[in-house]
Design a protein around this ligand. Structure first.
Ligand SMILES: [Zn+2]
Length: 290
C-alpha cells in the first residue's frame, strides 16, 4: 500500500434530478460532504445506508444496483465512475427514487455536478493498494485480468459486436482526472437496435430515449457519435464505475475483454476479497509503506 495525496470530499451539497433509464421515473440524487475514511455511502429513501462496495450489489444485469434488505438503488455505475475518476473519496449520496438519473447516458453531468460542488481536502492520506499477483475472472468469451502495475490504474478494454456498425473496438487508458473527464465521461450508454425491443418487454430501458442513449444498428448509429469509438469508451466508463465497488483505490493494469456489469462486479469482488485478506493478514491494516 502507498499513499497518494489527501482524501477529498465535496465542498458543498449539490443535487441532480432526472429520469431513470430503467424505471423511467423521476429520481433525485444529492451529494453531501462526508468525513475521511467514510467512503461512498448511499442513503436510500427508507433511510438505509448502503456502502458502495461489491458486498452490497443486488443486481448486475445491464446496470449495477446496490441494496440492503428491501431498499435498493439501480444504475449507480456512472455516478460511481465519476466519483472514482474525479478522485472524490468520501461522499454521502442521498437518493430519492428507485435509481440514479440517467442524465445524457454518460457521466458528463455527474462530472459537472462534482465540479459545481467543489473539492474539499480532508487532511487524511489517501491509501492506494498494490496488487501482488494477477487476478482473473470470467470465462472463454468474456474475461478480465488485473495485474500488478505501478503508476495508478491502467485500463484496456476490448469489445466486439459482430454484424453491427460498432464491430471490434479496443482502447487503453492510464486513468487520471483529466483523461477521465475528456476521454471517458462523455461516452454515452448504447443498446443494440435488435436488443431494444427485448429489453422493453422485460420492463427495462423504459426511460431510454435519444436523449440518454444511442442505438447501434447493422449499418450505422441512431445519431451522431461523440467519439468514433464511443461504444468501447462507454464500456470502459462502466468498468471504472464497477471497479469503484472495490471500495479501495488501487494500482493495477486491468484488461477486460467483452466486459459486462456482472463480470466487472465479479472482478471488484475478487479484488476486494484480496485487499481485505491482506489487511487481515497483516494485523488490522497497519501496513508500513514499502
Ligand atoms: Zn453504462
Amino acid at each position: 500500500m502507498s499513499t497518494q495525496g489527501e482524501q477529498v470530499t465535496v465542498a458543498r451539497p449539490v443535487s441532480k434530478e432526472g429520469i431513470g433509464l430503467h424505471a423511467g421515473e423521476l429520481c433525485r440524487v444529492t451529494l453531501l460532504p462526508a468525513v475521511s475514511d467514510a467512503g461512498i455511502v448511499f442513503v436510500l429513501g427508507s433511510g438505509e445506508a448502503v456502502p458502495a462496495t461489491a458486498d452490497y450489489v443486488v443486481d448486475d444485469e445491464r446496470a449495477t444496483a446496490l441494496g440492503r434488505g428491501q431498499a435498493r438503488v439501480r444504475s449507480v455505475e456512472h455516478l460511481l465512475a465519476a466519483l472514482y475518476g474525479m478522485q472524490v473519496d468520501n461522499v454521502c449520496v442521498k437518493v430519492e427514487g428507485p435509481e440514479a438519473p440517467a442524465c445524457d447516458g454518460s457521466a458528463r453531468e455527474w462530472v459537472d455536478l462534482l465540479r459545481r460542488a467543489g473539492r474539499k481536502r480532508l487532511g487524511a492520506a489517501r491509501q492506494v493498494r498494490r496488487l501482488r499477483e494477477a487476478v482473473w475472472v470470467g470465462d472463454g468469451e468474456a474475461w478480465a485480468v488485473a495485474a500488478p502495475a505501478r503508476g495508478g490504474l491502467s485500463l484496456a478494454v476490448g469489445v466486439e459486436y459482430e454484424g453491427t456498425a460498432a464491430g471490434r473496438q479496443a482502447l487503453w487508458i492510464r486513468l487520471s482526472r483529466g483523461k477521465f473527464m475528456r476521454e471517458l465521461a462523455p461516452a454515452r450508454t448504447f443498446a443494440l437496435r435488435e436488443e431494444l425491443e427485448a429489453l422493453r418487454t422485460k420492463g427495462m430501458a423504459r426511460g431510454g430515449s435519444a436523449e440518454n442513449a444511442f442505438a447501434v444498428g447493422r449499418d450505422g448509429y441512431s445519431g451522431p457519435l461523440r467519439f468514433p469509438d464511443e461504444v468501447v469508451r462507454h464500456k470502459m466508463l462502466d468498468l471504472v464505475g464497477d471497479l469503484a465497488l472495490c471500495g479501495e483505490r488501487f494500482e493495477a493494469q486491468v484488461t477486460a475483454v467483452r466486459p459486462s456489469h456482472r463480470m466487472n462486479v465479479e472482478l471488484a469482488r475478487a479484488l476486494r476479497a484480496r485487499f481485505l485478506g491482506e489487511r487481515k493478514g497483516r494485523g488490522g491494516g497497519e501496513e508500513r509503506q514499502r
